[in-house]
Design a protein around this ligand. Structure first.
Ligand SMILES: C[S@@+](CC[C@H](N)C(=O)[O-])C[C@H]1O[C@@H](n2cnc3c(N)ncnc32)[C@H](O)[C@@H]1O
Length: 411
């Protein structure tokens, strides 16, 4: 599956606008848009500053739900696409069994990641085998109003024809808490397992006892060939909280980290309070996001930060793609290039160790020229670097080669 610029479809854009009572073209100077921008600001403020346990209450207010739908739903939805691209880029992975595929969205809000999955399979018909005739869409959210919005929007999406013609979509959305000690009962059927479980922007605030219990439940809910995807905002606090949950999940006997880490182990970003791990996605924002950005001064239209982890039960991992290469030489770029006078620096990580690389400009040679082109998320081969006190030096004899960029592998 080759990567391309992420975007939402015009069908989904129309459904969202219609649901919010707006039509194209949008008058960005209208009172309506000003109110919408204020509501987007209010959601952002609430997430930055409010008591975390109370954040979900913002979804009780109609104008904030409407703003979320038009702005945060598209912004969050597209984060799923590179994660799925990366999953399907594995040459030997089986994500489906039988004629049905089931997706469970935890803390589904207005149906963000169920729609994200549908949008993905609508655009990537090759990703889903032709024998799949039924897509079971399951979701849980503690806010009843979110569940009813999700039901409406997804039902409309399915009947809009955006959905692959040969497949049938069935909807099972429930209101309730995923952190209740009884979860998954009575919300999900006994012994039900899912092909995909997606938890987006909902897990970052778990206390450690709840996180441990939920990790066990997620392990049980995941089918043997299933994929668990966690996505959170790529800002420091939620990202570090997500890393903490990652470190709990890797202790579950049957779960294996598929991506982005190239090795299993406690995350090295966690040791330094200033570190976290995030990706950056460039996309084509829908017009309404651009208009709201112009009004709020936000910049989501220019690029979106996010953190993610993908787990599987079948032992597969993204590092299988590099099996022919020495594993200790394969790294993922986890920073922007840091350009100083006469040198460039980059942080790379393999999931167990995070290191700083430096290349002096006088040491630019053909075999390390990729150093200037490397971007966050790229997988690189580093060989014959020289150890210094605080970093590894890429010298004229070192190799630095990008081997995967945007889920395309080059070696
Ligand atoms: C920030 S929104 C994310 C919505 C959607 N997943 C997205 O990424 O756009 C967080 C959602 O999680 C829900 N939520 C928070 N805690 C929950 C819990 N313990 N059980 C179920 N839903 C929860 C909230 O009601 C809200 O809809």
């Amino acid at each position: 599956m080759q990567s391309r610029i992420s975007e939402i479809s015009s069908s989904l854009e129309k459904i969202l606008l219609n649901h919010a009572g707006l039509t194209l073209p949008i008058n960005r100077r209208s009172k309506e848009i000003r109110r919408l921008a204020e509501a987007v600001h209010a959601i952002s403020d609430q997430y930055i500053s409010a008591e975390s346990s109370l954040q979900w209450q913002l979804f009780k207010k109609e104008e904030l739900r409407r703003a979320y739908l038009l702005y945060y739903l598209p912004v969050n939805l597209v984060k799923l696409h590179p994660v799925l691209d990366e999953l399907f880029s594995h040459p030997n992975i089986k994500c489906f069994e039988g004629t049905s595929v089931s997706i469970l969205d935890l803390g589904c809000g207005p149906g963000t990641f169920l729609l994200g999955f549908l949008e993905y399979i609508a655009k990537n018909k090759a990703a889903v085998p032709p024998q799949i005739k039924n897509v079971e869409l399951w979701g849980v959210d503690q806010v009843e109003e979110n569940v009813s919005t999700a039901k409406k929007i997804i039902a409309e999406y399915i009947s809009s024809g955006a959905f692959p013609a040969q497949t049938h979509g069935s909807l099972n959305l429930k209101s309730g808490s995923i952190t209740s000690p009884r979860f998954p009962f009575p919300l999900l059927p006994k012994n039900k397992q899912f092909d995909f479980i997606i938890a987006g922007n909902v897990l970052a605030e778990l206390d450690s006892e709840t996180a441990s219990l939920l990790a066990q439940v997620l392990e049980q809910l995941l089918a043997p060939h299933g994929t668990l995807i966690l996505i959170d905002p790529g800002t420091r606090k939620p990202s570090r909280n997500l890393i903490r949950f990652r470190d709990i999940l890797i202790e579950q006997p049957s779960l294996r980290l598929y991506a982005p880490c190239l090795a299993q182990g406690q995350c090295p970003a966690f040791y330094n309070l200033k570190d976290w791990c995030h990706q950056k996605l460039t996309w084509n924002p829908p017009h309404i996001v651009t208009v709201i950005d112009q009004s709020t001064g936000f910049t989501k239209g220019k690029g979106i930060q996010y953190s993610y982890f993908t787990f599987r039960k079948d032992g597969k991992s993204i590092c299988d793609l590099y099996r022919d290469l020495p594993q200790e030489k394969i790294w993922r770029v986890v920073s922007y290039p840091i350009r100083n006078r006469g040198e460039e620096r980059l942080f790379v990580c393999n999931g167990r160790e995070r290191i700083l690389l430096r290349r002096l400009n006088k040491n630019i040679y053909e075999q390390n020229e990729d150093f200037s082109l490397a971007q966050r998320g790229d997988i690189v081969l580093v060989d014959d670097s020289v150890k210094r006190k605080d970093f590894l030096d890429i010298t004229k004899d070192s190799i630095f080669k990008i081997i995967t960029k945007n889920n395309e592998t080059y070696y």
